[in-house]
Design a protein around this ligand. Sequence first.
Ligand code: GLP
Length: 256
Amino acid sequence: MQIYVIDDREELGRKAADVIEEGLAADTKAGRSPILGLATGSSPEPLYAELRKRHAAGKLDFSELEAFALDQYVGIDPDHPESYRNVLLREVVNNDATGLKAENMYTLNESATDLEAECARYDAEILGRGGVSIQILGIGSDGHIAFNEPYGSLRSHTHIGALTRQTREDNSRFFDNDIDKVPTHCMTQGLATIMSAKQILLIATGKKKGPAIAALAAGPVTSACPASVLQFHEKVTLLIDQPAAQKLPRDILMHL
Ligand code: GLP
């Protein structure tokens, strides 16, 4: 696991964009079509801002790229601004943001009549392509990645899940600070699906993420912290700031 501690938001965005470009290029070099794994939440925002900047400057073009999103709320109106498809359209697609085309950005369909079949179809699409080239991740304050909440299977595939009260509280800021407006269920790539990515970039900032980052990088591998399964992945980059790094053991920090 490579850990970088970067406090400046723009610098963190530039480092993240470099890691993404290298990850995509590695697959191109190996003769495979690169696929980007997209995440929502506030954590990847500096990265998306930098990707848009590079595209506007003619330095990056995702027009040939395919991308898969991590997760989606169940029971959300497809037109709701916080539907993760709409979030990602705003961040990386609309107004030629990065060149990525809407038809090349795959998201779980929350309106499918059979949600379980939709999860299975989505999972097979990703695994059938041999996993994404590089997966962007944030982390929940309870250690969840995508919407894989604590105490689920560490080998799960794309599935329907229930959100914890903690996650609904954390995400209520996107729903008028009203927890009752936050959906109770989700569809999410499972941990086995995420682990099929050839490379992983996890971004976390702020003190609130400190305990989850310590459990992810230095705790036991346990379903109590779903992100800890990343210790079994051979190519993970963590991009965090000082407040998020605060709970890491001293001996890890000394090696940074
Ligand atoms: C949501 C998303 C996760 C994300 C997490 C943290 O629950 N499903 O993919 O990592 O929030 O979000 P933030 O980066 O806004 O703290």
